[in-house]
Write a protein that binds this ligand. Sequence first.
Ligand code: MN
Length: 512
Amino acid sequence: MTVLFGSPPESHPTSDPVSVQFVDTTLRDGEQAPGVSLTPDQKAQIARELDRARVSVIEAGSACTGAGERETISRVASLGLDAKVTSFARGVQGDIDLALDCGVDGVHLVVPSSDRHIETKVGTTRDGVVEKTTSLVEYARDHGLWVEVLGEDGSRADLDYLERLLGAALDAGADRVCYCDTVGHATPEHTYEAVSRLAALGPTSTHTHDDLGLAVSNALASVRAGADLIHATVNGIGERAGNVALEEVAIALDHGYGIETVDTTRLFKLAQTVATATGIPLAPNKAVVGENAFSHESGIHTDGTLKDDAMYEPYPPEKVGRERRLVLGKHAGRAGVKAALDEHGVSVSPEELGTVVSRVKELGDRGKRVTDADLLTIAEEVQQRERDRRVELLGLTAASGGGTPTASVRLLVDGEERVASGTGSGPVDAAVSAVRSALGPAADAQLDSYHVDAITGGTDAVVTVEVEMSRDGRHVTVASSEADITRASVNAMVDALDRLLAAESTHVIADD
Ligand code: MN
């Protein structure tokens, strides 16, 4: 397709460094994703992370939504961020007034541009929209606001009219206009044509949705056509199939076009912050931020990666604040297994390695993901070594009905029995806090991930809890399956702590 991959058009000579920035709308369009509601604290936390990543405009919400939303927008506006903080506003003066009450730097003034929206939704005429838009832009500018005018449903609008409407907005003093593919309907070719026409009028932004899976392509086509501000959300959350994902556009522009936008090393932290706050998990195969994006399992890929990091990766994980992972499973080979054993300080003979590899593959064949703990247990068995446990779970009780969830644990730590209790948001949290308290300073290991899978569908399901923990730069994964989720969680965590402490084996765990 010439639009994306052809030589740049005359109007954009490659000698001119292209500057592209983001409007992040995670806190507005992103929050409109079904089932998402962010607290004021969460919005402030996400805004700070966006600012650290050097996002240039943060759309903090929609001031007309209600008093609570206005309080939150005001809070984000008063954080003292480098980013411009803005509010969404419909094409009515009252919305601009409410945005002004929040102390924002600017507004995204959204006016209808397709006949469907003009006639059926708003019940007015093309001329009526132009007239109203002109007066609202003047009003907002007179009140000191930065103004971006969005032609809603622009991808389904008559292009001649869209040009007339947004041209009038620029003439009235709007800082910029925005092409909106509100329902994710456009192809990259259509997007290129529309944005080219708008960019000829003045500064142009683009707002793309992923209903056809084309959100990134359309954002890139917009940039090629002259857009220099991209509306996006972290993890691509948003209405229906979502908005274009900020991290995907940022890395595509950086890697494919040499265009720097945000600090890409902050992208993974940003993704995790938003996934946690919204409760929308990251799909494992998601570009840039998915769990598998830098994981290698097959023997061929692992072997190649061990010889040259770049063998099966377009860019290094560090670029987006991540680490490479070699995962063991049914496709494992000698090189990957040996590398994993080396990482845990276990050396094996070539014959033993062969046996360990076939045992790993057997486990993988049964559909199991092979954790570090599985690998180390297999190596111990193959080498007929006795595992010298440093931490062992002797007993666990947890209660959650009614009051504050509490738990108590009995651990054997270097031969000495320790008892401790803890409270938490639920029985698992309480039990984990009890384990940490029983272990004292040795419990400073970090819990990097915690996953629960139900093996069967009923309430009597056996659950598998997989944890990843790290300490002093060492990582370990452990899984535990039980009918009781609290017990499975504590087992996995105690095993992980034991494996991490066994690696430093010599000194005794200090008491508090
Ligand atoms: Mn939208």
